[in-house]
Write a protein that binds this ligand. Structure first.
Ligand SMILES: *Cc1c(COP(=O)(O)O)cnc(C)c1O
Length: 365
């Protein structure tokens, strides 16, 4: 059976017809600079210590649904203010899904500036909610406040997602603009701080000031993407409601032990993050010197750059043929259609990428 027959197809929600599954390209044999992963592994003695911690994992038992040791480690290392509640998710992707599941009414509107992280739209559409994207300013991808004010008035969104810094553009939105949105909307505002380690700017201290502000974070980009752990911080009543929608065992035993272990050794990650930030600045300066390229400043661990003379897909293939995988937006709508996004790797990976880019541009550019 290749296609579902119509009588079975009619059992499915019609939204599914318009969706495709999240595609992850095959990276075998390539330098993987497409997914904002931390390129560094752990020191050998830390790996040994971790493995011996894992020995105490009771994998015959269900995990503790409230993950108290992990929550405690997060509260301490992330400096979560007293009175702020935390909800853990299987990646922040799951937290986005939980927030959307909680919204009242099939006609609820989910809003975000665009281009941004695709899961806000993907999950909203999958759940049959209405998604409204408000274009960012073309020159610098800043929030277009007149357009946002108008969209807030017109659509009264139930929730606004703001990635801070934004993916894939890399910039931090103006904090004053974000406060204005929080203060003027009747809906929830979720500030998504997936790239916090590289940006060092946060709204967490403000969640007690605003009853409609939530801050979402993840351990993925700092170096634990394989564990799948995100957390949502907000005032307790919100967290209590969302907790009703969380699957009780969403954070597995191995993740609970491993994430707590890693958080207690944050110095290792601080060193890695500093190196990545230095390399980001090196890469940005190098990209700025190339003809035919516009690189956008980034506060994250990736850089968006634009092919000013076209040939985006060819340059993407040229890089891949030389062993480097980046993310291409050539099949997206403008303003991204001439853009590639490179994740900052190890110094030698970044050098390989730069040389491959120079060669690919010479060939196709
Ligand atoms: C990568 C990313 C996430 C996803 O994080 P996970 O915790 O790995 O699901 C969330 N938001 C933004 C803006 C991202 O770029």
């Amino acid at each position: 059976m290749n296609e579902l027959p119509a009588r079975l197809r009619s059992l499915l929600r019609p939204e599914l017809a318009a969706l495709s599954a999240y595609h992850v390209p095959d990276a075998r044999g390539l330098i993987k600079l497409d997914a904002m992963e931390n390129p560094y592994s752990w020191p050998e003695d830390m790996i040994e210590e971790w493995l011996s911690e894992l020995r105490r994992a009771a994998i015959n038992r269900y995990p503790d649904p409230s993950a108290p040791a992990l929550i405690e480690a997060l509260r301490e290392t992330a400096e979560v203010p007293d009175g702020v509640g935390l909800l853990l998710g299987n990646g922040s992707d799951e937290l986005i899904q939980i927030i959307l599941m909680a919204l009242s009414g099939r006609d609820a509107v989910v809003m975000a500036p665009e281009p941004t992280f695709v899961m806000y739209r993907q999950l909203a559409v999958a759940m049959g909610l209405r998604f409204v994207g408000v274009p960012l300013k073309r020159e610098d991808f800043a929030l277009d406040m007149p357009a946002i004010r108008a969209a807030l008035r017109e659509h009264s969104p139930s929730v606004v997602f703001l990635a801070y810094p934004n993916n894939p553009t890399g910039n931090l939105f103006d904090a004053g603009n974000i406060r204005e949105i929080v203060e003027s909307t009747g809906g929830l505002v979720v500030v998504d701080e997936a790239y916090l380690p590289f940006a060092g700017a946060t709204f967490l201290p403000e969640v007690m000031r605003y009853d409609n502000l939530l801050v979402m974070r993840t351990l993925s980009k700092m170096g634990l993407a394989g564990l799948r752990l995100g957390y949502l911080a907000g005032c307790e009543p919100w967290i209590r409601e969302f907790d009703k929608l969380r699957l009780p065992y969403n954070i597995n035993v191995l993740t609970q032990i491993s994430a707590e272990f890693a958080l207690r050794r944050s110095a290792v990650f601080d060193v890695q993050v500093r190196e990545i930030i230095e390399q980001r600045e090196f890469l940005f300066d190098a990209l700025r010197c190339l003809d035919g390229i516009q690189a956008y400043p980034s506060r994250a661990n990736f850089i968006l750059f634009e092919m000013l003379n076209g040939g985006t897909e060819q340059v993407f293939r040229g890089l891949r043929d030389r062993g480097v995988l980046v993310k291409s937006f050539h099949s997206s709508a403008p303003p991204l259609s001439a853009c590639l996004r490179v994740t900052v790797g190890k110094p030698e990976e970044n050098q390989t990428f730069l040389q491959a880019l120079i060669d690919a541009l010479a060939e196709y550019g």
